[in-house]
Write a protein that binds this ligand. Sequence first.
Ligand code: PLP
Length: 397
Amino acid sequence: MTDPTTQLIHHPYQPPAGFDAPLPALHKASTVFFPNVAAMRTRDWKDKSGYTYGLHGTPSSFTLEERIATLEHGKHAVLLPSGLAAVACASLALLKTGDEVLIPDNAYGPNKALTEGELAGWGITHQYYDPMNVADLAARINERTRLVWLEAAGSITLEFPDLLEQVRLCHARGVTCVLDNTWGAGLAFNPFDLDGQGLGVDVSVHALTKYPSGGGDVLMGSVVTRDEALHRRILLTHMRLGFGVSAGDTETLLRALPSIALRYHAQDQAARQLARWCAQQPVFAQVLHPALAGSPGHAHWQQVCGAAAGLFSVMVDARYTQSQVDAFCDGLRLFRLGYSWGGPISLVVPYDLAAIRARGWPAHLARGTVVRFSAGLEAVADLQADLAQAAQRAFGI
Ligand SMILES: *Cc1c(COP(=O)(O)O)cnc(C)c1O
């Protein structure tokens, strides 16, 4: 072994043993070595008893999976390259041709786009149900219904559904329910034990891009279960579709997770203060935040939650023009225009709700233009002053 090329590859240096530090070691792999052919034939990655290939898991990805399962009060987790990939993995694992899936009309938009644009082509039908009316969901469950998506709070308009009754209904009718738990993040409520008596969803999907990352710089998703059989189906679909996560992103998530609760609760407090301030401004016909009395589903939020994500929306009164709403958003200096949330920088997005909702304008929402805010980690007084100056200039208040 004299050629320097070979020496570089088979280098004899071994670091001293016994290194231990807060961040677990980072392992990167596509190829994983086996000591012999017998090990190659018998090793199993599915129960995490061994390593076979980078896509099937490394010590780093197994560690992050265990921590995400713990965060969500589940038993098993799989990791995916984005939250949307996690949504897709859950639907693909649990649905086949001829099945029907029910989705709340206030669901995360790309989940609806996936269902309409991809699943429909594979003979999987869907219906959108009213998230605020359990009877409507009950009436839509039929012999082809295999999956019910739940979201609490809903995307953009942040209605909190009667999660307990929705889950009870799904269990009573023998339909698997999957919660998009990105908003709750495992911190606002326990998705697998909503009532303290074990009533819980079957599967929890989480866009780790949001609070677990906390940086606005990483995309990742997870699918968590407590049920062995469901986990097995999801794990196999995950493997067959070739979903995996990068070692670098895994490291970033492991670095960010220890501060998630601090960040979540700080952003919760900031959003509540800003939402309460907005509720005092007549320019906003409605302020949507489930912890605010009078916000749609507030009583349901109180039933299962203590905390809330740092998100709120305002319905700018219909007497203001779209260009005034745009000027309001453009006039913000600290709130930046951008999608996603959970990072250190406050964000704002105006939405065209009429174009998003399949079932028409919901009766519980005032007419107007929806603007959604996500509180970052800036000082709240500065954020409030920013809202005030932009509103003053755009609406003349
Ligand atoms: C952001 C988000 C997703 C998707 O996450 P990405 O990582 O951006 O793909 C899914 N569901 C909800 C509720 C989200 O907010």
